[in-house]
Every structure is written in C-alpha cells, then in structure tokens.
Write a protein that binds this ligand. Structure first.
Ligand code: ASP
Length: 443
C-alpha cells in the first residue's frame, strides 16, 4: 500500500470546525497515514497566529514582564478546540508545564514550537493516532542546519512502528537536546522531511488556496490555477516571488522523487497543483506554466572595448561586488558590455564605493547604475519545444507599449526574464498573461 504524508497549515487547523474537515479528509483516503500539523493560524484577518502569541509570551518573559494575559489567549484558543471536540487530552497539564518552562527561560524556539506541539497532541487525540514528538526524530547539526542523514535514518525507523502518526511541524532537536525551530512557515519543511523519511508516494500540502496560480491575483484578475508544475519550474517561479511553499520544503521531496500536491482544505474536491519531478510526466495545457516578477532591481552596466579578450574581466567585476557583500541575481552580457542585476536594497549606501572599486579593478570605459527596474519571469517547460514563444512575448509587450530594458533567457530554456521600468510592471505581466493564457473573448 502506498503512503501519503499530509501536512495541514495553520488556517486549516485554526479551530474545531477546521479540525473536523481535516479528519474527514484524512479518513477519505486510507493511504493518508501520517499527518503534520501547523499551529492554529488566523481565523479571520484580524486574528493572531498562535505562534506569534507564543513569541510574544517569550519576549515578555525574557524582559521580566508579565505574560499571563498573553498566555491566557493561547489557553483559550486551545481550549475552544479541545472543548468543542470533547477531547480527553489533559490540555491544562501541558499548558501549565509550557508556561513554567517559558518563565524559566526555555527560549524563543521552545516557546514558538509549542503551537505545533499542542495542536499535534489535540489532533492525535481527535484522530486516535500516535503522537510522535519531532524532538525524537528531526535533528539539527552544530551549525544549526538540518542533519539530513541522521534525521532520515532515525525518523524513518521511528515511524515504521506507527501505522498512523501525528508529527508536529516546525521544529526538531539541536545537538544539546533542546528544541530548535526552522524558519517561519517551516511546517512545510517538516512535511517534506517526513515524506522523504518514510519514502511516501505523495506529499500533500493542505492549505487555504487551491494550489498555485499562473500569475499574481493582485495583478491579473482571476488567474488560472496551475494544474501541473515541475520542481524546477516552481523554483524559478518562487525565486521571482510566487510564494506557495517554504523554499526549503522542496529539496527533501525533490531529491527523493516524491511529488507534492498542494490542496485546499476548504475545497477538497479540487485537485490543486501537482508538483512533479520530470517535465515529461505532465502535459501542459498552455505554452507557459506561470508568470512571476518583482520590482526594485538595479542594473550595473559596464562597458569596455575588447572586454572579451581580457582574461579575468568578469571575475574582477564580481570581486568588486563580493568585496561590498553584494550578491548578484543575473548577469546577461553583450560583446563589449557586461550587465549585473542586483537587488536595489543590496547596493543602497554602497554605490560610490562600488563604482570606485569597479574602476580600480576593471578599468572600464564606462559604468552606470540604473535603478527602478522590475524583472518578470515567464516560466514554462513547454517553451523548450515550441517555436515562437519569445516572438509572442515581445510582440505582446510591444503592443502594450512597454519598453524592454533587459532580456535574459537562462540556459535552462525554462524561463525568459525581461526587465522593464517599475512603472510598467503590472501592465507587462497582464500583457504576457493575455498573450499566452487568455482564450479569445475571456478577458
Ligand atoms: N507556525 C509556524 C509559523 O507560524 C510554522 C508554520 O506554520 O509552518 O511560522
């Protein structure tokens, strides 16, 4: 029998009604045998996430201030779930112990992790499944990075003995045996790590949207959902700002060849987005998979006649950036020009020194820095095989009266990046979307 690991985000487990939906989803498919819960999230736009309340309690306690009121809010949230579902777990005993530990200085990671811990206890009780504390199976090394080998071996062995288990997200154990959390949103990572450790056939990531969309809904009205996307495409889209999954949640499942399915807890009938391993596995309906972009980049344009025959020119140019602690994003180049794209923030306050070092190290004919550039990535595995993709894209931008300031088609052929003025950003995204996605009469 195959095995599916199902991770549920904070809004999917925000109250008792959501717990009921989660149970129904889990019982719908017998392969769903391991569940990874987040801490209760927001129930409305004005609500506060339990994780944030825990951080606040810790901040108050660390500053010698009273945290009882803040902690009572947490207590009430968990009680509302446990009481409504008539759970038998001794919630107050857990809460009292956590309160004491935070007051005794257990630290921010411990405090923040308790949202997932308690939600895990309640969910295990509600489902009648075993509770597995990730402190026993997810390990970090002395540098604070995930110890993949140890985790893989020990978590895999631990879970083998539990046919149905609840493993709270977001935290594990450091080299001293203390709780350590991932970065915010890290329950996604736990889900991926668990899926890899048990060699799951599928990693399901249940959230409050029906998967990824082809473009930002703040820019394009009702963009189409993405049905299939490959891990490589997703990486390119998320690098450019499309956020669905925590970035670090991709690696464990990607290298293990496990697909990820993003699903909507409030609409389980919808298929969501399937993130697969190989492009060939999935036919795409459109020539492109998605469009993503960002404003506020800067281009450093360096010109020097005969630069191609000057050994080490590129290295010296990048050295000037490295010396200032600036990392670059792209580097499209011409015959006698080299162009380095960086985040505008990254060069703030460093421009003069940077220009000076480029002059000293590279003796260029000219150097100019232009800010206010937006980059837009049009991503699609289908572009490799189809002719005319770039013609269609540039034609669309031309018709919309948009001046293209930079073009970069990386070697992957998965992606065409164009740079436009910040002011043209939204119009350019809409023009590209119209050119590739909108069928006649639908716009
Ligand atoms: N509860 C944690 C956070 O709010 C982790 C997560 O939800 O994935 O960041």
């Amino acid at each position: 029998m195959g095995m599916k690991v199902a991770k549920f985000g904070g809004s999917s487990l925000a109250d008792a009604a959501q717990f009921r939906k989660v149970k129904e989803i889990l019982l719908m498919d017998a392969d769903r045998r391991i569940v990874v819960p987040s801490a209760p999230g927001k129930r409305s736009s004005t609500d506060i996430k339990v994780t944030d309340l825990f951080y606040e309690c810790n901040r108050l306690a660390a500053g010698g201030k009273e945290m009882a009121e803040c902690f009572d809010t947490i207590r009430a949230r968990f009680h509302s779930i446990a009481d409504e579902l008539r759970l038998s777990a001794d919630l107050d005993a857990h809460l009292d112990e956590i309160y004491r530990n935070i007051q005794l200085g257990a630290g921010a990671d411990y405090a923040a992790s308790r949202g997932e811990y308690l939600n895990g206890i309640l969910l295990a009780d509600y489902l009648g499944w075993d509770f597995i504390d990730p402190q026993q199976g997810i390990f970090f090394d002395a540098e604070g990075r995930l110890d993949s080998d140890r985790t893989q071996a020990e978590l895999g062995a631990l879970l083998r003995n539990h046919p149905h288990a609840v493993v709270p997200g977001f935290y594990g154990c450091d080299t001293h045996g203390n709780v350590k959390t991932f970065s915010r949103g890290g329950s996604d990572i736990t889900g991926a790590i668990v899926a890899r450790a048990v060699n799951a056939e599928m990693y399901e990531n249940w959230t409050d949207v029906s998967g990824c969309l082809m473009a930002d809904p703040h820019i394009v009205r009702n963009p189409e959902p993405i049905r299939y996307v490959t891990y490589r495409e997703l990486r390119e889209l998320s690098y450019m700002g499309a956020s669905v999954l925590h970035e670090d949640a991709i690696f464990p499942v990607r290298i293990a060849g496990i697909p990820t399915n993003i699903r909507n807890t409030n609409h389980p009938e919808e298929p969501g987005t399937l993130i697969g391993y190989e492009a060939e596995d999935y036919e795409s309906e459109h020539m492109i998979t998605g469009i993503a972009g960002h404003k506020d980049f800067a281009i450093i344009n360096v010109e020097k006649a005969m630069m191609n025959s000057e050994l080490g020119f590129g290295r010296r140019l990048l050295l000037a950036l490295e010396e200032q602690g600036i990392s670059f994003e792209h580097m499209p180049s011409g015959i006698d020009t080299m162009c380095v794209v960086v985040h505008q923030d990254a060069i703030e306050g460093k421009k003069e020194r940077l220009m000076q070092r480029i002059h000293e190290l590279c003796s260029p004919d000219s150097v100019e820095i232009h800010s206010g550039l937006a980059l837009i990535a049009t991503v699609g595995r289908g572009m490799v095989r189809s002719k005319g993709t770039s013609a269609r894209l540039f034609n669309a931008l031309m018709k919309a009266g948009i001046n293209v300031r930079l073009i970069d088609q990386g070697s992957s052929e998965l992606n065409i990046i164009v740079g436009v003025d910040n002011l043209d950003f939204e119009n350019a995204v809409r023009a590209i979307y119209r050119a590739f996605v909108v069928k006649e009469g639908r716009w």
